[in-house]
Structures are given as C-alpha cells and as structure tokens.
Design a protein around this ligand. Structure first.
Ligand SMILES: [Zn+2]
Length: 489
C-alpha cells in the first residue's frame, strides 16, 4: 500500500472515531445532567454543556442523537467466568458468545479468572487463559489469578504478575479437596499478597462444614438439585467471612469478599472497616487505605431460595455457590449496596445450559456444575428491580455497575467514567420500554434465572473505545475487538 493511500485510510479511520453524542442525560456518580459527549481517538475528549462548542477545529464531529436516552459509561463486571474449561470437559458459553452477551447488556469490560491446574505456574495459567480469550473476546477484559496451592514457588510468582497488570488474586476457603486452601496456606498467601501490594478475593464458605453437610445429605439419599442449598449453610459463609477478615487484619492483606450472599456478610465487612478506622484514628495514622471490599452478585440480590422448591429445572438453573438465600435477605443486600457498604454489583457469570446441568444431575446435586449466567442481564434487571422503584438512585447504580468496580479493581483513568481522557466506552440506555426479558445473544433460555421477567429499560447502542459494537440492541458484525487490560493499584 502506498503511503498516501495508507494515510488517507488512517485519517479517515481516526476521523470516523470522532463523534458527538448530544441531547442525552448523562448518568454519572456525580448525578444526572444534560450534556454532550465528544469522542475522538478512542477516548472521551470533552463533556460539554448542550450545544457548547469545543472551540477548536473539532466542531465537525458526526452527531449521535441521544434525546430521551441516558448516556452511561460502559459497565464493568468485576467477576465473570467466560469459556471456562472444567475437569469433566464441560464448558459454559465460549469467550465470543459470552462477551457478546456482555456488550448487548451494556458491559464493555469484564474481569475474568485465570485458573491454574494444581501443579501449573501462575504465569503459565495467565498465558493459557489469554490464549483462550485473545482474538475471541469482544469486550475488554482483565484477569484475576486464582491460587490453589500456596507453595513457595507459587507465592514467589505474585510480584511478577502484579507488574504484568494482574494485581488481584483469588483464594478459596470453600471446595474442600479441590480448590480449598487450609488456614495456614491461606495465611501465607495473604502475607505474600500483602507484601507485594496486591489484593485477595476470597470465596468465603467453610469448606469443611459444607463437605460435612453434603455428606449428611448424600448419606440419606437427598441428592436431588433441591437439596443443593442445604450443603451450603449460611453459618458456613458467616464463619469463613469472619475467618478471612481476621486473617486479612493480621497479615495486612487487602481483601475482597466476593459474592456476599447474606446481609450478615456485609455487616461483618462493615464493622471491620469501622473498627479499622477507629484504630487508625487512635493511632492518628490517618485513614487506613488498605482496600477491604465487598461484592454482591445479581442472583443473590434479586433471586432467592424459593427457586429450589419450584421444580427440578428451576432448582438446577439456580444451582450456584453460595446458593440463593432467603427472600428477606435480598432487601438487606440491596440496602447495603445503596449505602455503599457493599461496593459494587457483579454477576459471577458462569453459564451452563440446562442440558449440561441436567445430564450432570444424574450423579446427584454434588455433580452439577455450579454457576448462573447474568452478564447480559445485570444492567436491565438491576435497573428494573432497584432503580425504577427508587431503592437505588441512578447515580449510585452507575457507580455500582461501572465506576466503583473500575476504580477499585485498578482501572482508574480508563474505564467506568464519562470523563475526558477515559476510554470512549459508552452506553445509550433507554429507561422507558417495558417488556419481558429474553436472554441475549446465544445465552440459554432454559437455564436462565431471568427469562420471562417483566423488565423496564433497554440497552440501545454501545461503543467500545469509540467503535460502535451494538446498534439498536443488535451486535454489529465484525471481528471481536476486545483487549487485555493491565490493571494497577
Ligand atoms: Zn466466581
């Protein structure tokens, strides 16, 4: 290609990435305001008063009319499992299908998990995971790295991963005999992460207690899917959360309790934060800047354990860990999300179609893969069940699904906000339409917790780094363009 032709194409491409979204209502964590968003070179260049001129030669951007629509930052889901290989060969939807559901649902960034095999090095797991995702994923993504063995070799790999943009790790107090770290191992993992300046995500259920509960159930022939939640008693979560908080305090490790399913979990995190602040005040060391985070997932916030008694299929669809809890619990979690005691709303998206779960159920509930979809549902379902009824203000909603996960997970300056310099990840959301929910893209209807739910609000258009990827609620055909994101604290 000649230089002239190349430059013409280059300039055209750059130009076409410039645009001005006008007439819409910006929903940011600072509140709602009428404003225009100017995009150039993949980034947000300016946020202007309606009609205000940029004052430069850039006044000629192609216009996008957002009248009557909400303009949101592309949402960030800090907890997904796309295309995860399992030991028995089962997989959820692939990277492309899962990420397309994410984009259609207004999520432009996810943070997924690289899960090493027992003897595998952490960098090798990350390389393997990137090999699965790159070229297939249609949204941007980062990775947390799971640690299943706290040997000296593995712990020594942590600082290198943090340098490579993976500052968050995951450890399990649950799944005895598979992923669980015994208390001494968990403690050394926390100490290593604390020393390196990372953060540990903990799946806080007591693996021993769950294993014993499961044994009692299977010994007495109670192996149908409806018994699954009884193998995960609430006491097990409370005990593990307390243990994780205590260990994090002792080791100085930054901690996130993932998928809090009980109000009590958020309370324990909240009271630990308060006592840390009080301690810091006494020692007059200023505020304690170590992160102590609490996440809630869509299904724990808006679905409950009545599904386990609603028939075999419903019980299978709701098979996840921690399980769905009592109906009364949902209001407490939502209140804690509204006040900020719970930091953000993720999905733990881990989709298995109903056929896969049904086939596995022949071996009893312990054989059924745990997980629910939700990455496509998060915005519309939470808008319907929390924003429309006033339980969550639009600004706190945007904070919980975009700004907070981005900022707390190390994406400040790039993702989760509509501010100059940030990536032009933009969602046009129509808060008005009422309809019944249908799973997006290739998500399985039968395995969905949300199919048929009366909802309000729809994701209309989505841009990823200035390129439109969803128009009128449909994917724009093209090669998947998701990028790996290095995250920094
Ligand atoms: Zn998970």
């Amino acid at each position: 290609m000649g230089t002239k032709k190349f430059l013409a194409g280059y300039i055209q491409k750059r130009y076409s990435l410039g645009m001005r979204i006008s007439g819409g209502t910006l929903v940011t964590s600072a509140g709602l305001k009428r404003a225009d968003v100017v995009v150039r070179n993949h980034r947000i260049e300016a946020v202007l008063r309606p009609g205000e001129n940029t004052g430069g030669p850039q006044g000629d951007e192609p216009g996008i009319d957002a009248t009557d629509l909400w303009v949101l930052p592309g949402a960030v889901d800090a907890h997904t499992h796309f295309g995860m290989p399992l030991g028995n060969g089962l997989t959820s939807l692939g990277w492309r299908e899962s990420s397309e559901a994410a984009l259609l649902g207004g999520t432009t960034t996810v943070i997924d998990f690289a899960n090493p095999e027992r003897e595998e090095t952490l960098p090798s797991a990350v390389t393997r995971w990137r090999g699965m995702a790159d070229g297939k994923i249609a949204c941007d993504y980062g990775l947390h790295c799971t640690v299943v063995q706290a040997s000296e070799e593995r712990l020594a790999e942590i600082p290198g991963l943090i340098k490579a943009g993976i500052p968050t790790f995951k450890g399990f107090l649950a799944y005895k005999g598979r992923l669980m770290l015994e208390p001494p191992a968990m403690k050394s993992l926390m100490a290593a992460i604390a020393a390196a300046g990372g953060l540990l995500l903990v799946h806080a259920e007591d693996g021993q207690m769950n294993a014993e509960a499961q044994q009692v159930l299977t010994d007495t022939g109670r192996t149908a899917p409806r018994w699954h939640p009884l193998a995960h008693p609430p006491e097990s979560e409370v005990r593990a959360v307390s243990q994780a908080l205590e260990m994090a305090g002792k080791t100085g490790c930054q901690l996130e309790i993932v998928h809090a399913s009980l109000g009590q979990t958020a309370e324990l995190v909240g009271s630990t934060r308060k006592s840390r602040q009080a301690e810091a005040a006494v020692r007059s060391t200023g505020s304690d800047r170590r992160r102590l985070l609490c996440e809630v997932c869509l299904h724990h916030l808006f679905a409950d354990d009545r599904l386990y008694e609603a028939g075999h299929k419903a019980a299978l669809a709701a098979t996840c860990s921690p399980p769905l809890r009592l109906n009364e619990n949902k209001a407490i979690l939502l209140e804690k999300l509204a006040t900020g005691e719970i930091d953000f709303l993720s999905t733990d998206h881990c989709e298995f179609d109903l056929k896969t779960k049904s086939a596995a159920a022949a071996g009893g509930f312990p054989s059924v893969p745990n997980g629910c979809g939700g990455v496509g549902e998060r915005l519309v379902v939470s808008h319907t069940l929390a924003v429309v009824n006033g339980k969550l203000s639009p600004e706190r909603w945007v904070e919980a699904v975009a700004s907070q996960p981005a900022e707390l997970m190390g994406l400040t300056g790039r993702k989760g906000r509509l501010e100059p310099g940030y990536d032009a990840d933009i969602v046009l959301f129509d808060p008005r339409p009422k309809y019944r929910w249908e799973p997006l893209g290739q998500s399985d209807r039968a395995g969905s917790l949300w199919a048929g739910l009366p909802v309000q609000g729809a994701v209309r258009d989505v841009w990823l780094r200035g390129s439109q990827v969803v128009a009128g609620g449909r994917m724009i055909a093209g090669e998947p363009g998701g990028l790996f994101l290095e995250r920094r604290f």
